[in-house]
Design a protein around this ligand. Structure first.
Ligand code: GLY
Length: 397
């Protein structure tokens, strides 16, 4: 465990002087998304888009892997923004598919159950009282609970429970564990609460380095439960900071703070956020790892920036309006979103199109490099929706 020394923002003036998103641009961007999603629906029918594009075009996929919940979440967000039944009807059909998936245990032996079931089924229940969505999401929460390791006090992301080669937590889980807060709220069962609080505390203790940067994954000894060390899977190296991992932490801390209101987390939030903001390149959209900057000829990961905007927007509700950082964080969200809208949303295909271009799924495997991806699309639209609803969006997470 390290004591975090918060980096100050290196150049707040750069953020203050940059252009943010205007109301007209926001409305245009939301209308553009709605138009594109409608066209995608015609091409997809009841299938799902694949996790990332190939040559900027999504192939169709079944309800497998960790990303289809984002498609259903996009449908719910389109429904919230437009009130058009076409989005609600398809989202409800998708909920049936998610229920079948958890009932039949199709590709659910991993921790990504929050990514799958929150924007799809929890959203359905919150927005429309969909009881099947509630049932499916509670079943998914119980499945997630099975991955908890009491010795290490964390939810194991991948592999068989207790396996030494996978006895680790990963920062991405910060967006999966809110499923347990929701399950606790719906059922009153405190087991959910205990697990989510323990996992969160273990993540904060070990995944964040002294300078506010983050490990992607952190290993423990399966026999003693003792911490072993950080390793990356999707970042550049074990000691660099994978941009999306840093963004999962920004949003994850905001989501946990929204429930626990532990004020000691505010400093941690500001540390990981400043680390991210200090490494944004000229156009305020991060490269896929924060070790890179302009001139390194690397790909951007637009999804990391969209996730960071949503996380900062969530936390803004709880920050002291009189603090020095408050107006800068507020402006930074607007600047990042403006740059995403302006330079990352060109339509590049006649096929099933991404909403946000230039993301990176996995640089090491060459999968989805400089392509669109479903979570980038989702968080981009969530960010637009948060702005449209004046930072009062009733979140799915
Ligand atoms: N959770 C997997 C990823 O962010 O790529």
């Amino acid at each position: 465990m390290s004591t975090i020394k918060k980096e100050m923002l290196v150049d707040p003036t750069r953020i203050k002087n940059a252009s943010g998103i205007s109301e007209t641009e926001l409305d245009h961007a939301i209308n553009d998304v709605i138009k594109k999603v409608k066209r995608n629906i015609v091409k997809l029918g009841e299938t799902f888009p694949d996790s990332s594009t190939i040559n900027n075009t999504y192939a169709t996929a079944k309800n497998v892997e960790w990303t289809p919940g984002f498609w259903t979440g996009i449908l719910w967000l389109c429904y919230e923004n437009s009130h058009e039944e076409v989005f609600r009807k398809l989202a409800e059909k998708n909920v049936e598919s998610f229920y079948d998936r958890i009932k039949n245990q199709v590709d659910v032996n991993h921790h990504d159950l929050g990514f799958l079931y929150i924007p799809s089924c929890v959203a359905a229940y919150k927005l429309t009282g969909n009881e099947l969505g509630k049932k499916a999401a509670l079943m998914a929460a119980d499945k997630l609970m099975e991955r908890y390791n009491p010795k290490g006090k964390f939810i194991q992301a991948w592999g068989n429970i207790g396996d030494s080669d996978n006895y680790r937590l990963i920062v991405d889980a910060m967006l999966n564990i809110p499923l347990l807060y929701w399950a606790y709220k719906e059922t009153g069962n405190t087991d959910y609460l205990e697990v989510v609080k323990n996992h969160y505390a273990t993540t904060l203790k070990y995944a964040i380095r002294e300078d506010g940067s983050a490990y992607h994954t952190f290993f423990f000894d399966p026999v003693s439960g003792e911490p072993l060390g950080g390793k990356t899977r999707q970042g550049y190296s074990d000691d660099s900071s994978w941009a999306r991992g840093q963004a999962w932490l920004i949003y994850g801390i905001a989501l946990n703070y929204s429930r626990l209101h532990d004020d000691s987390d505010i400093d941690t939030f500001e540390s990981v956020t400043n680390y991210f903001l200090n490494r944004l390149p000229k156009d305020f959209v991060s490269y896929w790892d924060l070790i890179f900057s302009d001139g390194d000829y690397q790909s951007k990961d637009s999804s990391a920036t969209a996730i960071a905007v949503c996380g900062m927007n969530q936390m803004q509700r709880f920050l002291n309006p009189d603090s020095e950082l408050f107006p800068i964080y507020e402006k930074a969200q607007s600047v990042m979103l403006h740059n995403l809208v302006e330079s990352y949303t060109d339509e590049k295909t006649q096929g099933i199109t991404a909403l946000l271009n230039h993301g990176v799924y996995s640089w090491h495997s060459g999968h989805g490099v400089d392509e669109g991806n479903l979570w980038g699309d989702y968080f981009y639209l969530e960010a637009l929706t948060r702005f449209k609803q004046n930072n009062n969006w009733n979140m799915y997470w």
